[in-house]
Design a protein around this ligand. Structure first.
Ligand SMILES: *Cc1c(COP(=O)(O)O)cnc(C)c1O
Length: 429
């Protein structure tokens, strides 16, 4: 397999871009080599600038859930482009997407659209503070909630990949109201409440996806919600990754838990920049212009992005692929386990519906510390062999793989063959 054009662009990109990427998760820092440059994608496949085609299990880190360039989305976006790109005033489609979102999440009476998951979460946190009049927020180690200052501690995603405890440039004052708890450990949350009486709420990825996939154990979410209710603190569900993915109503619907504030991103825009936060009326009425919590955006509710979101969610709802995701996911999980066993490689596979990944460890992974027992060198070997066998994965042990509805039986065959070759390579390394 030839990567020479990617390499050329990488070297060219280093001059005026930072590390030749616009998001550090795209760098190949932890797997070695140069990042691949992409030319195009269609359905379940993605093609790099050297013409290599891959089964795409990144799908833009989640958004392309109905596959790349779905014809209904393309039609809707093309139509919207004819009317203009941005107006600085309201459009009908904002109401339409808001209704789709509020219908899917019973805990949301009202929603505000923003441009990214980061923006959704930072606004959701501000709202929790505005509503409760309290300052402190608890987050879980290994959860990633975007790159806002106050939550860039003990964060997953790129920070986990680069082994960074937090980010430089974040002043102490910005994180002094952030408390860290352990995923799947309610006692670690309670111990903060025993010491502090000014906790506004707890933010959580209801299914962990940014330390690799970590699934809540034994009603953890339900117990957390009940405990927070007893303390008058809010549950803030960061469903940027899981919203419309775990099922149409997100992880909350699957787990039977209703959050006080919900943050969305990724799938909601179908590949266009959309984020959203929402809650019941009593909470959302604190947001300007109804209330005193200020949050604004020049491009928020952008008409092209709304068209992308509406058409993606409408088609997703029509396809209702969640049982199918579970079946394909389970098939892929079995392939990973069988091939690992065949070659004597220790792995643990965590999966929740259409999100999964193997950890190269022999220890069950229920939190960030467990995830970090993984052998990242083995992951790097596995990653490159998967690439060479035509499967595009996130270049990190600590990122989830995502299914999309365009994946075919033929794709699963490609996956199986690639996993066989890659596990063999890991065993030999
Ligand atoms: C991706 C992600 C974010 C950040 O979203 P951006 O659109 O990258 O700003 C926040 N929270 C979670 C759970 C995510 O997966």
């Amino acid at each position: 397999m030839n990567f020479s054009k990617s390499k050329e662009l990488y070297n060219e990109g280093l001059v005026n871009l930072v590390g030749a990427v616009n998001s550090p998760v795209r760098a190949f820092a932890s797997v070695g080599g140069n990042p691949l440059f992409i030319k195009k994608a269609k359905g379940s496949r993605i093609t790099d600038v050297d013409g290599n085609e891959y089964l795409d299990l990144v799908v833009s880190y989640g958004p392309m859930i109905i596959g790349h360039r779905h014809k209904k989305v393309q039609k809707a976006v093309n139509k919207a482009l004819k009317n203009g790109y941005s107006f600085g005033a309201s459009t009908k489609n904002e109401i339409k997407l808001a209704k789709i979102v509020c219908d899917a999440f019973p805990g949301m009476d009202k929603v505000r659209f923003v441009n990214s998951g980061t923006e959704a979460v930072l606004s959701g946190i501000r709202l929790a503070r505005a509503f409760t009049g309290k300052d402190k927020i608890i987050k879980f180690a290994g959860c990633y909630h975007g790159h806002q200052d106050s939550l860039l501690v003990a964060a997953g995603s790129g920070l986990a990949t680069l082994s960074l405890p937090g980010s430089k440039g974040v002043p102490e004052g910005a994180v002094k109201n952030t408390l860290i708890a352990t995923y799947n450990d309610l006692e670690s949350v309670k111990s903060h409440f025993e010491k502090h009486d000014d906790i506004a709420g707890v933010i959580i990825e209801p299914i962990g996806g940014n330390m690799g996939v970590v699934v809540p154990q034994n009603n953890f979410l339900k117990e957390l919600k009940a405990y927070l209710q007893s303390k008058g603190a809010l549950l803030i569900a960061d469903e940027v990754m899981t919203g419309f993915r775990s099922t149409f109503g997100g992880a909350q619907e699957v787990l039977g838990v209703e959050a006080d504030i919900t943050c969305l991103g990724k799938v909601i825009g179908g590949g266009f920049p959309v984020g959203a936060y929402g809650a019941r009326n009593e909470i959302m009425e604190n947001v300007a212009p109804l209330g005193g919590m200020y949050q604004a955006g020049t491009l928020s509710g952008n008409p092209i992005a709304m068209a992308g979101g509406i058409s993606t969610l409408t088609e997703l709802k029509r396809q209702n692929p969640y049982e199918c995701f579970d079946r394909i996911g389970s098939e892929m999980e079995t392939i990973l386990k069988d091939k690992a066993e065949k070659y004597g490689v220790d792995i643990v596979v965590n999966r929740f519906g259409s999100m999964m990944n193997p950890f190269f460890t022999d220890k069950p992974v229920h939190n960030f510390d467990d995830a970090q027992t993984s052998d990242t060198n083995k992951f790097a070997t596995f990653f490159w062999e998967m690439i060479k066998n035509g499967v595009f994965l996130p270049p990190s042990q600590f990122e989830a793989w995502f299914l999309n509805t365009a994946i075919s039986e033929k794709d699963i065959k490609i996956f199986e063959k690639a996993v066989d070759a890659s596990m063999k390579k890991v065993a030999e390394a």
